[in-house]
Every structure is written in structure tokens, then in C-alpha cells.
Ligand binder design. Structure first.
Ligand code: AMP
Ligand code: ZN
Length: 465
């Protein structure tokens, strides 16, 4: 298995530090608002990576932090005039609901920053002791000049930085590369914790260093985030952790490219974003959203369009239709053996899918193997050549692939009762051979957003997207 490691800027063979256990840290949400689908692109990618590692036999220990204290959450709580805890709780709950909706598997640990202040303080103390951190008038800062490897992840040349210049904000650009705040001294409008070096609250970057090392150790396998995290966040995490321990912090750094809208990163600050909830209330299917987010290679930008989302929906519907056909064949009691030709089709698909996913999660050709297979399965069914044992074997293979993709079980969409009544009325018209009325009802139903399909088991109703 190979991944692109941002640290060495090339693809390299992956092997975990300890046998078959993979320890990975994923930068989690800053809970100051609902997450947008750009954020979910990164979380879905991390989910695919996690599931792929498990598919290949690894045990995964994943940590995802919840940033519930930083510049943004404090500002949000102050604007609303409520406590930080009350403010962040709502968005933390919403985050967990959203990841369940998108079928993102739960990580093993979700540490909250406010519950790990002691670990952050201990880390800062160590950095002060080592002379890497220093006290300024508004907080404790990290002296990047004391860490000669600063810049190794983002490729930034530290020599061009003016010594001693500081930045207090959690988020800043490369043009602002400077000593950054580890701890911000108490201010009248901010929550604070007591610390030996002065009351205050942590900067954002120290949170991830402290929480990752607490749960995964001083050196662990994989650290992930979106490309916007490379600088300054991950660069600073390396400086803090390696500065304190003298050991390599992370072995493989993986970063996913952005989801973009008309050429620009989807982000809160640009206002060009949709939350998951926005899309659901517009009637889009969560599995279609999941499929859209996972189907572009993680190192390529994903251009979000509604046409793309509709396309994703028809793709997953194709999968569901094929699975429905296979299920009705596999239920037939006629028993027979799996045909060698079918066995061969399955093996080719699984092998192709696996080889591509092993190659830096090369999802597009992996999916192409799957859909070539789906096409062949359908034409075999059309020719009446698929037996029940064949169908069961194919379903087993698809279930196994679906432990990674998790898009093959449809979400039962509730059809409103008035639509169901119209469908029944149409059935009665058909029984009376009043096909004119039946067609008119079908059209009316269509105009209300639903499609009636006549199958041998009776009419089926689907939401139109
Ligand atoms: P935040 O809550 O802003 O800290 O972001 C949470 C995660 O979402 C981070 O890993 C970001 O890199 C990632 N992220 C933010 N915006 C986008 C985007 N437009 N596309 C992909 N990932 C994003
Ligand atoms: Zn982080």
C-alpha cells in the first residue's frame, strides 16, 4: 500500500510502526457553526482511508479532536452572549448527527480541547524549559528560530523571517510566518484557565499536539487534514511536538485537496458554502452526497455542482437497482454452482479495485472497475444467464467492497401519503383499463416530484432528483 506523504513530497510504501495497528490523527471540526460540505469532503476522505486500512487487515486507532476553544468559538459565543460550553455543544451535537447521516464511521476517540487543558499546559511548560517558548506581554510564544527544521512540511524557508516577529491569531497566511501563540493571557471577554505561567487559554495549534500525543504516543503513523492545514497548523504541530520530545512526530502526512465552487475554496469566510443540512432540505439524498464526495481522488480539487450531485444520485441508484435485481435472483430456490465465468468476473473486479486503492487510494479507476463489473452483471442478467448461486456470490463481493464505500444500502425515503394514495388510485384505474386516467395520474405524480415505475411486483415510487 502506498500513500503520498506531504513531508517527503512523494508517494511511499506504507507500513505502520507497530505490527498491524495503525494510529492516526485527524484534525476535527472547530465547533463554531455547522460543518459545510467542503469540510465533509475531508472527513469522507479520512473515512475512506480508515475503511481501506481495515479492509486490508489493519486495526485502526483514530483520534479526531473537537476544537471547542479557539478564536472563532470564543467570538461566536460572545456574539450570542452565551457561554462557550453552551455555544459549542449545539454544533458538536450537530457534527455527530451529520457524520452519521453521511455514514462516516466513528473514530475511537473524540477528545475535546477544553477537557485537555492540563496536557497543553504541560507541553508548553516543557517548551519553556527547553528555551523554545518564551513569555511576551500577551502570551507564551513559540520561537521558530529555535527549531531549525521549521518549514519542512510546507516547504517554507525560515531564514526569510524577521526574528522575534509575532502573530497572535490562530489562523494566518504564509506571508505572516512568525513566532506563534501557544497560550494567550487572560482577557476580559475570554474564558480562561489557570496555569503556572499565567492565566489564559490555549492557542489552536497546541491543542492538536497535546491531544494527538496523549492518545497515540509521541510518534504515530498518520496525520491528516485538508491542504489548508499544512500551513500554519500542521507545520506548527510538528514544531511543538518535535521541539518538546526530540522525536519524529508523524510518519505519514496526508492532505486532501479542497472542494471548490467556481474555482474558489468553499469556506465560511467567502460565504460560498452549503452545509449538509442545506442540501438535505433541498431534497438531496445523503448517500448521493457521500458518493459525490468520495468519488474524486483526494489529491484533486473537487468542483461542486448540482449537476454533479444529480449525477452521483443516478450512479448510486444504478447500484441499488442492480442489487435489487441480484437479490430477487439470489432468493430463487433453484440451486446451482457459481459459474467459472462469474467467479472470474468477481475476481477481476476485486483485484482491480484493490490494486487501485492500494495505489494512494486511486478511487476513480477503482470505481471504474466496480462499474464495469455492474454493467457486465446487468447484461448477464438480461441474457438470463445468472443463477441464484452466482447472484449470491456477486452480492457477497459487493458487500465486501461496500465495507469501504458504504453507498450500496439505500436510504428508505419516505413517500408522502398523498402520493401513495395517488399511486393506488392509478392502480385502480389500470385495473379498470382506464389507461388515459392512469397516465394522467402518473404525470401528476411526476410533477409533484416522484416517479412511478411499474415492476412485476407492482408499482414502485421513487423521489425524482
Ligand atoms: P475547520 O473546521 O475549518 O478547522 O476545518 C475542518 C477540516 O475541513 C480541516 O481538515 C480543513 O482542512 C477541511 N476543509 C475546510 N474547507 C475545506 C474545503 N473547501 N474542502 C475540503 N476540506 C476543507
Ligand atoms: Zn489540528
Amino acid at each position: 500500500m502506498r500513500f503520498y506523504n506531504t513531508l517527503i513530497k512523494s508517494v511511499e510504501e506504507f507500513s505502520p510502526l507497530e505490527g498491524d495497528v495503525v494510529k492516526m490523527y485527524t484534525c476535527g471540526p472547530t465547533v463554531y457553526d455547522y460543518a459545510h460540505i467542503g469540510n465533509f469532503r475531508t472527513y469522507v476522505f479520512e473515512d475512506i482511508l480508515r475503511r481501506w486500512l481495515k479492509f486490508r487487515g489493519y486495526k485502526v486507532i483514530q483520534v479526531m479532536n473537537i476544537t471547542d476553544v479557539d478564536d472563532k468559538t470564543i467570538m461566536g459565543a460572545n456574539e450570542k452572549g452565551i457561554s462557550l460550553d453552551e455555544y459549542t455543544r449545539e454544533y458538536t451535537n450537530a457534527f455527530f448527527e451529520d457524520i452519521d447521516t453521511l455514514r462516516i464511521e466513528r473514530a475511537e476517540h473524540y477528545p475535546r480541547a477544553t477537557e485537555h487543558i492540563n496536557e497543553m499546559i504541560a507541553l508548553i511548560e516543557k517548551l519553556i524549559e527547553k528555551g523554545i517558548a518564551y513569555v511576551a506581554d500577551d502570551g507564551i510564544y513559540y520561537s521558530i528560530a529555535k527549531f531549525p527544521e521549521y518549514g519542512k512540511l510546507s516547504g517554507f524557508d525560515v531564514k526569510s523571517v524577521k526574528a522575534g516577529a509575532r502573530v497572535a491569531k490562530d489562523e494566518y497566511d504564509k506571508e505572516d510566518v512568525r513566532d506563534f501563540a501557544l497560550w494567550k493571557f487572560r482577557r476580559p471577554d475570554e474564558p480562561f484557565w489557570s496555569a503556572p505561567f499565567g492565566d489564559g487559554r490555549p492557542g489552536w495549534h497546541i491543542e492538536c499536539s497535546a491531544m494527538s500525543m496523549k492518545y497515540l504516543g509521541e510518534t504515530f503513523d498518520i496525520h491528516i487534514g485538508g491542504v489548508d492545514n499544512i500551513f500554519p497548523h500542521h507545520e506548527n504541530e510538528i514544531a511543538q511536538s518535535e521541539g518538546a520530545t526530540g522525536k519524529k512526530f508523524v510518519r505519514y502526512w496526508l492532505h486532501s485537496e479542497h472542494l471548490i465552487v467556481e474555482g474558489r475554496k468553499m469556506s465560511k469566510s467567502l460565504g460560498n458554502f452549503y452545509t449538509l443540512r442545506d442540501l438535505l432540505s433541498m431534497g438531496y439524498n445523503p448517500i448521493a452526497i457521500r458518493y459525490l464526495l468520495l468519488s474524486t481522488h483526494y489529491r484533486k480539487q473537487l468542483n461542486f455542482t448540482f449537476d454533479g450531485l444529480k449525477g452521483a444520485y443516478s450512479t448510486v441508484m444504478r447500484l441499488w437497482d442492480t442489487i435489487g435485481r441480484l437479490e430477487s435472483i439470489s432468493d430463487l430456490s433453484v440451486d446451482n454452482k457459481v459459474k467459472p465465468k462469474v467467479r472470474d468476473m468477481i475476481d477481476r473486479m476485486v483485484k482491480g479495485f484493490t490494486e487501485e486503492m492500494d495505489d494512494d487510494l486511486n478511487i476513480s479507476p477503482a470505481l471504474a472497475h466496480l462499474f464495469d463489473f455492474i454493467r457486465d452483471v446487468n447484461s448477464t442478467i438480461d441474457r438470463g444467464e445468472l443463477g441464484s448461486a452466482d447472484a449470491s456470490e456477486i452480492l457477497k463481493a459487493l458487500q465486501s467492497i461496500d465495507t469501504v464505500l458504504d453507498v450500496m444500502t439505500p436510504i428508505e425515503e419516505e413517500i408522502p401519503s398523498e402520493i401513495m394514495e395517488m399511486v393506488e388510485k392509478r392502480e385502480r384505474a389500470r385495473e379498470m383499463k382506464d389507461f388515459g386516467l392512469a397516465d394522467r395520474i402518473r404525470e401528476e405524480v411526476f410533477n409533484l416530484g416522484y416517479i412511478i415505475e411499474d415492476t412485476k411486483d407492482g408499482p414502485k415510487v421513487k423521489k425524482k432528483i
